[in-house]
Write a protein that binds this ligand. Structure first.
Ligand SMILES: [Ca+2]
Ligand SMILES: [Ca+2]
Length: 221
């Protein structure tokens, strides 16, 4: 659970990675895969994203890169018949529509990856055929109860999904860097069967969590 006491740590992280940001811009991290879809899909596609949230303007910048899905694989769905939505829900739960990123911008094919970018988009509110409460979206973001999906012809309800999280998952020791110290920290948690070692959030601590951690580590977050 991300809370406001962690924001100073997030600020240190932003400073460390050299992102131009003032104290009120808070980073949130996205890692998408088929396992997070409810129910899970066997997709091998992945996505990694960064959502920079301006907590005063209630606006966000989203930078999302998808591997393993091509532009022609995408299909529309949801209220605006678009391929990507952010919804309310915890890990393992499906919920209502919160934000429609692809109402504001389109995926672009960049090499063998898909890229989606937008800036200064309000976190909720009126969006085409639906609207959401900005305050509810803000609260859900801080509580890590928003997730993002991408729809394809093979999986029109969502081929991959990613919870939008307030910390960089692979930075297990919360020092602002992803390095071998995090591997050591993860292994310690894993050996202790600590709840934080349940990386995929399914209530069990096993080798799948280790694989999930390594995936995050290799992605750099
Ligand atoms: Ca670290
Ligand atoms: Ca697990």
């Amino acid at each position: 659970m991300f809370n406001r006491s962690l924001k100073s740590a997030a600020g240190v992280l932003v400073a460390c990675i050299g992102t131009a940001a003032s104290a009120h811009i808070v980073p949130f991290y996205i890692q998408m895969d088929g396992d997070q879809v409810v129910p899970p899909t066997p997709s091998l596609a992945t996505g990694v994203g960064l959502l920079m949230y301006n907590e005063h303007a209630l606006e966000f910048e989203l930078d999302l890169t998808i591997t393993g899905i091509a532009l022609e694989d995408l299909v529309g769905g949801g209220p605006n018949n678009t391929p990507c939505q952010i919804l309310f829900g915890k890990f393992g739960e499906n919920g209502d529509y919160a934000i429609d990123p692809t109402y504001w911008a389109d995926f672009e094919q960049v090499g063998d990856k898909l890229h989606l970018y937008m800036d200064r988009i309000t976190l909720g509110g009126f969006q085409g055929a639906f609207g959401s409460d900005v305050g509810a979206c803000d609260e859900a973001l801080w509580n890590e109860e928003l997730y993002i999906i991408v729809r394809t012809a093979a999986f029109p309800d969502g081929e991959i999904r990613g919870q939008i999280l307030g910390n960089c998952r692979a930075d297990v020791n919360d020092d602002g860097f992803v390095d071998t110290l995090d591997v050591i920290s993860f292994l310690a948690l894993f050996n202790d069967q600590h709840p934080d070692a349940d990386f995929d959030g399914n209530g069990f601590i096993n080798t799948l969590d280790f694989i999930d951690f390594l995936n995050s580590f290799n992605l750099g977050c």
